[in-house]
Ligand binder design. Structure first.
Ligand SMILES: N[C@@H](CCC[C@H](N)C(=O)O)C(=O)O
Length: 261
């Protein structure tokens, strides 16, 4: 069967988007299909799949990592998803998108897309390991799990071809690990190993977790905007007086086509 897809990215975190308004085109969307679509040599290529399902008055983002696993939330993905709804489904901002982590509100700032990512949950510190080196990391949930480790140089993250070691009991379903280097006042840079996708060029929820860890370490007043550089670009993130995280960044659709993968 041939079906429609679009390809897009947010700070080079890239996705295959599958329009499936009635939820009937893709059935259960097997992990095998997701892996085939995300394969960078034999498929379309992507860090994950965004399936767009219409549910009564809202669209639902069914997000899958490139290994076929399901995650609660994808920050870059939801901006790309919003771009699709704005450009192809007649939506206008502000708009609401349903996710496994609840409803996210989207606004526009010129070409950039802002997502209200909700309230972070901050837990105790934990440990992550790269080779023999143990790093202290802060456990932050942005709906999905993160461990944020500050380093003097992003090279300390190593190749990130394999997942950093982590506390299996704390993260029974795996964790996204961010390594952060300070670049200046309210300015950090990060690399990430994403659960289910490996090292990616950006992770929106990861950048929010990093901002939260940096703001807590800096004792920064609420309302301070942080610049978070990722290998694929820059995100701007603020922790509001109301305790919510707002993330602003690009969202681009680059291709559209038909596939029978
Ligand atoms: N790239 C995403 C996060 C995708 C999900 C993550 N790999 C997980 O398993 O939790 C983002 O931009 O937030």
């Amino acid at each position: 069967m041939t079906y429609r897809f679009l390809k897009g990215h947010g700070t080079e975190n890239d996705f295959v988007l599958l329009p499936d308004p009635d939820g009937t085109v893709h059935g259960d969307l097997s992990a095998e299909r997701v892996r085939a679509l995300c394969d960078r040599r034999a498929g379309i290529g992507g860090d994950g799949v965004l399936r767009a399902i219409r549910r009564e008055d809202r669209w639902f983002m069914d997000y899958r990592n490139s290994d076929g696993s399901i995650s609660e939330m994808c920050g870059n993905g939801v901006r790309v998803f919003a771009r699709y709804l704005l450009d192809h489904e007649g939506a206008s901002a502000p708009l609401e998108i349903d996710t496994r982590d609840g409803v996210k509100t989207i606004t526009l700032d010129g070409d950039l897309v802002t997502v209200d990512m909700g309230t972070p949950a901050v837990f105790d510190t934990t440990k992550v390991t790269v080779g023999d080196v143990v790093h202290e990391a802060l456990h932050v949930s942005m709906g999905n799990p993160h461990a944020v480790a500050f380093v003097d140089s992003l090279d300390e993250a190593g190749s990130l071809l394999t997942a950093p070691g982590h506390d299996e009991a704390l993260y029974p379903e795996g964790v996204n690990v961010e390594f952060v280097q300070r670049r200046g006042e309210h300015h950090v840079a990060m690399r990430v190993h994403e659960r289910g996708s490996g090292e990616t060029r950006s992770c929106g929820t990861g950048a929010c977790a990093v901002m939260v860890a940096a703001a807590l370490a800096d004792d920064a007043p609420r309302g301070t905007t942080y610049r978070v550089d990722v290998p694929g670009g820059t995100l701007r993130i603020v922790w509001t007086d109301g305790g919510r995280i707002l993330m602003t960044g690009p969202a681009v659709l680059v291709a559209e086509g038909q596939t029978d993968l």
